[in-house]
Design a protein around this ligand. Structure first.
Ligand code: ZN
Ligand code: ZN
Length: 762
C-alpha cells in the first residue's frame, strides 16, 4: 500500500475526552486535512471514522495525540483499518450525535476554573457577555457538579432547563467557535441569573443590581451566603476583626482556620510568601486553596487563622467570584470564603436550603438558578519540594480517576470516618469521590449514600466486594455491614490501607513490599488497640507490623483527644513521672479531675492502649505549654509545628529496642527542658528532629533485616511539613527511595484508595 492509497480507519479514544473540546478539535483537524468521516462521543470515549490517503490518516492519528486540547487526557488510542466499501462515507467530516452504550464508561471532567479567554470577555464592555456571571466555553466552566449522567451532553446536566437563544445556539453549532458543544453555554438573554436577597423572604434584586448589593454588604462588614460551583460559601471581609469574629461565633467555630479568596496573585502575594510551585497551584485550573506562609505584617484579621503561620488562599474560579471580588476603593482586598454549613454538616447546595438553614449564619444572600447536582467542597493543598501535596482532594480534582498499576475487580471502598471519601474501581481506574466530610451525623451519611449511588451509575460500576475499615464503630463500617447479605465484605486494617494508598498512587506494582511508615491519630489495630505510630512491611496482599510506638494508656478515648493535657498526664503516669504543678498540663487539670484520672489509670478502667503518634504530639504540645485543649482536630500538633525553631539541630532520642519504640526518654527530656525554662520553639524543634531521626533509625534497621529500600510515608501526621521535610531529608541522605503523597491526601481522605486496591487485587 503506498502513501497515496485511500484507506479508512476506525479510531477509539479513551480517557478524559468529553467536555474538554475534543470533538471540535477532531472536527477541525480532520477538516483541515481534507479527511472524510465522522466523530462522536460514546459512553466509553470518542469514536472516529476517518477516510483519506494513508499518509494523511497516519498524520491525523499522530496529531490527535500530540495536539489534543489542554484539558483532555488521553489514556488510549486504538486504530483499526476498516473496509472503505463497507463504510457509510460522505465527502464531508461530521459530528454525530452521542451514543450511549449500556455498561460502558468513561471518566468525566472535574469542574474547571474560568479560562483566560472567558475572563477577558467578562471584563470587555463590547462583549455580549460583559459582566455575565456564568460565562464559560469548551475549555472552562462547571462539569462534575452539574452532570447528572453520561454522556456529557446538555440534557444530562442541570443546564437542561435553559434553552439557548439563537446566538448561543449558533455558537454551540459552529465547529469553528470556541463554544462549539460547550454544554453549559449561556448568555444574559438565555442563561442562569443571580439573585440578591437581604432576608430569606425577599424582595429580590437581579443581575448587576444584585451583584452590587452583595458587594456593598461585604464592604459594610456583613456576612454573605453566596452560591458557588459545588455549594454555598459564607463570605466576609477578612481584613477586619468584627465580621470574622461574628462569623466564628455564628458558625460555632472557635479556632479552625478560615479559607480566603483574593482577586489575583499580586494581592495574595501582598499577604503571603508565594513560591513558584504555590503560584502554579493557585493559578491552576483546579484552583485549590493553597496553604501559604503569611507575611508577618499581612493586614488579615488574626482571627482568620489563630496561632497559625499559614493562610489558606484561593483565587476566584468562577466568573461570579471575579465579579464579586473586583478591586475597588473601600472594597476588602481579601474575603473569608468558608463552607456554607454548620460545623461538621455537608455544605448547602440549594437556594431553599440556604435561605432556610444559613439564615442564622448569613446576613444577606447571593443566589443563582443553575442547580448544583453534585456537592463539592474546595480542595486544599500545600506544596512540598516543589509539588503539590493534597490535604483535601475535592473540587477541581474529583472525579478524575487515579490510574492504577494493574487492573482490579470492581470494588466499593467506603473509606474511614473523618474526612471521608469513598472509592470505586473498574479496570485500571480508581474513582475517588469528592470530600464527603466527617461521617458523624445523618446528613453526611446521606450525602455519602447518595454519592455512592450516583458515581456507581456514572462510572457503570457494580461492586463485587465492599472494602471497609476494621473499626466497628465507624458509620462507614456500619454502612458496609448493611450490604453484607448481598456482597462479600473485605475488612482492612487502617494503616495497611494508608500505605497501600501511597503505593498505588505512585504506581508501585507491589511485587516487592515497601517499608511503610504510617503515623496518624487514630486507627483501629488488629489487636483492638488504637494504633498510629506504625512501621509496616507491606504490599497489597499483606501487611506485617514490624515496629510501633510502645503502648501508652489513653484514658477515655475521644475525651482525651479533645483534651491533650489528659494525654500528657496519662503518659507522665505511665512513664513514672510525677504530676507536679510546675508542668503546664498538670497545672491545667483541676485537682478533682486529677484524682479521678489517677484512679482510672491505676485500675485501667476506660483506658485504651495506644501507639498513636498523633497523641504523642498532643502530649508534647501540652507539656511544652502550647495547647491543653483543642477546638479542632490536630490543633495541638499543628500549633507545636508552627513554633518549630528552624535553627535548632538537637534532637530528643527515642528508646529503640527491637520492634518497640519507647517514647519515655523523650517525655523525660521534654519535662527536664520545661523545668529548665527552655522555650517552646526549641522543645518543638528537638521533638520534630527526634521523631525524624527515629524514623530514619528504624528504617535503617528494617533495611538491614529485609533488604528493602523503598519507604512509603502516609497518615495524617505527614501533613506536618516540619516533620515531613526532616524525615524525607534524613531518609534520602541514607539513600532510601521515599514516597510521599502527591495524588491523594496522607490523611484519612486518601484511605479509600488503599482499601480499594487491596480488595481489588485480592
Ligand atoms: Zn472559557
Ligand atoms: Zn444566549
Amino acid at each position: 500500500m503506498s502513501d497515496n492509497d485511500l484507506a479508512c480507519y476506525r479510531i477509539h479514544i479513551t480517557g478524559i475526552v468529553q467536555g474538554v473540546g475534543f470533538r471540535p478539535f477532531v472536527y477541525n483537524l480532520a477538516t483541515r486535512l481534507g479527511l472524510w468521516g465522522w466523530v462522536l462521543n460514546s459512553s466509553s470515549g470518542v469514536e472516529i471514522e476517518a477516510a483519506g490517503p494513508v499518509a494523511v490518516l497516519n498524520d491525523f492519528v499522530r496529531r490527535l495525540r500530540d495536539e489534543a486540547p489542554p484539558l483532555a487526557r488521553i489514556e488510549n488510542i486504538t486504530v483499526a483499518p476498516c473496509d472503505p466499501a463497507a463504510c457509510d462515507l460522505r465527502p464531508v467530516f461530521r459530528i454525530l450525535h452521542s451514543e450511549a452504550r449500556p455498561g460502558e464508561f468513561l471518566p468525566i471532567s472535574p469542574d474547571v476554573a474560568i479560562c483566560d479567554d472567558c475572563l477577558r470577555e467578562l471584563f470587555d464592555p463590547r462583549d455580549r457577555r460583559y459582566r455575565y456571571p456564568f460565562i464559560n466555553c469548551t475549555n472552562c466552566g462547571p462539569r462534575f457538579t452539574i452532570i447528572r449522567d453520561i454522556p456529557y451532553d446538555r440534557p444530562n446536566t442541570t443546564m437542561a432547563p435553559f434553552v439557548m437563544c439563537p446566538e448561543c445556539q449558533a455558537e454551540y453549532d459552529d465547529p469553528a467557535n470556541r463554544r462549539f458543544h460547550a454544554q453549559p453555554n449561556a448568555c444574559p438573554v438565555c442563561g442562569p441569573r443571580i439573585e440578591f436577597r437581604s432576608r430569606p423572604e425577599g424582595p429580590s434584586l437581579y443581575g448587576e443590581e444584585a451583584l452590587q448589593a452583595a458587594r456593598r454588604a461585604l464592604a459594610e462588614g456583613l456576612v454573605l451566603a453566596v452560591k458557588g460551583l459545588g455549594g454555598f460559601h459564607l463570605a466576609c471581609d477578612a481584613t477586619r476583626d468584627e465580621p470574622v469574629l461574628r462569623l466564628r461565633e455564628r458558625k460555632g467555630r472557635v479556632d479552625k482556620p478560615f479559607a480566603l479568596m483574593a482577586f489575583d496573585l499580586a494581592t495574595v502575594e501582598r499577604f503571603c510568601f508565594v513560591d513558584e510551585a504555590d503560584r502554579a497551584l493557585l493559578t491552576s485550573r483546579q484552583r485549590p486553596i493553597v496553604l501559604l506562609r503569611r507575611r508577618p505584617d499581612a493586614p488579615i484579621s488574626p482571627h482568620v487563622a489563630p496561632n497559625n503561620r499559614y493562610l489558606g488562599f484561593m483565587l476566584p474560579y468562577t466568573p461570579l467570584h471575579y465579579l464579586l471580588l473586583e478591586p475597588a476603593d473601600g472594597f476588602p482586598p481579601a474575603l473569608v470564603m468558608t463552607s456554607g454549613n454548620y460545623s461538621e454538616e455537608p455544605i448547602v447546595t440549594t437556594n431553599e436550603e440556604a435561605l432556610a438553614r444559613l439564615s442564622a449564619l448569613a446576613d444577606v444572600f447571593l443566589l443563582h438558578n443553575r442547580d448544583i447536582h453534585a456537592r463539592c467542597d474546595d480542595s486544599v493543598v500545600r506544596t512540598f519540594s516543589g509539588a503539590a501535596l493534597p490535604i483535601r482532594r475535592s473540587r477541581g480534582y474529583a472525579p478524575d480517576p487515579v490510574r492504577l498499576p494493574f487492573p482490579v475487580r470492581q470494588v466499593l471502598a467506603v473509606g474511614a470516618e473523618l474526612k471521608n471519601t469513598f472509592c470505586l474501581t473498574r479496570d485500571r481506574y480508581a474513582f475517588l469521590s469528592q470530600h464527603i466530610g466527617d461521617m458523624e451525623n445523618y446528613e453526611t451519611l446521606r450525602f455519602f449514600e447518595d454519592m455512592v449511588e450516583q458515581l456507581k451509575r456514572t462510572f457503570r460500576v457494580e461492586p463485587e466486594v465492599v472494602a471497609h475499615d476494621m473499626h466497628p464503630g465507624y458509620l462507614s463500617t456500619r454502612y458496609a455491614q448493611a450490604l453484607a447479605d448481598r456482597l462479600p465484605l473485605f475488612p482492612i486494617q487502617h494503616h495497611h490501607a494508608h500505605i497501600a494508598s501511597c503505593m498505588a498512587e505512585h504506581g508501585l506494582t507491589g511485587e516487592r513490599p515497601v517499608i511503610g511508615v504510617a503515623f496518624d491519630g487514630t486507627g483501629y489495630g488488629t489487636d483492638g488497640a488504637i494504633w498510629g505510630g506504625e512501621f509496616l512491611i507491606a504490599d497489597y496482599g499483606s501487611s506485617q507490623r514490624v515496629a510501633h510506638l510502645r503502648y501508652l494508656p489513653l484514658p477515655g478515648g475521644d475525651a482525651a483527644i479533645r483534651r491533650p493535657y489528659r494525654v500528657a498526664l496519662a503518659y507522665l503516669w505511665a512513664t513514672g513521672l510525677p504530676w507536679e504543678e510546675d508542668l503546664p498540663p498538670v497545672a491545667h487539670a483541676p485537682a478533682v479531675e486529677r484524682i479521678v484520672l489517677e484512679r482510672q489509670l491505676a485500675r485501667g478502667v476506660g483506658v485504651v492502649p495506644t501507639s498513636s503518634m498523633g497523641r504523642l504530639f498532643d502530649a508534647v504540645s501540652a507539656l511544652a505549654g502550647v495547647r491543653q485543649e483543642v477546638n479542632y482536630e490536630a490543633q495541638a500538633a499543628i500549633e507545636l509545628e508552627m513554633l518549630v525553631d528552624e535553627g535548632i539541630e538537637e534532637a530528643y532520642a527515642f528508646g529503640l529496642d527491637g520492634g518497640e519504640i519507647d517514647p519515655a526518654p523523650v517525655l523525660r527530656a521534654v519535662v527536664a527542658d520545661v523545668r529548665a525554662g527552655i522555650p517552646a520553639p526549641v522543645i518543638a524543634a528537638k521533638f520534630h528532629n527526634g521523631v525524624a531521626a527515629m524514623v530514619r533509625d528504624v528504617c535503617l534497621q528494617l533495611r538491614l533485616a529485609t533488604g528493602l529500600n523503598e519507604v512509603a510515608l502516609s497518615g495524617g501526621v505527614f501533613q506536618n511539613m516540619a516533620l515531613l521535610r526532616r524525615v524525607v531529608r534524613l531518609l534520602e541522605e541514607a539513600e532510601f527511595a521515599v514516597y510521599v503523597h502527591r495524588a491523594v491526601p496522607p490523611n484519612d481522605g486518601g484511605i479509600s484508595l488503599g482499601q480499594a486496591v487491596i480488595a481489588g487485587r485480592a
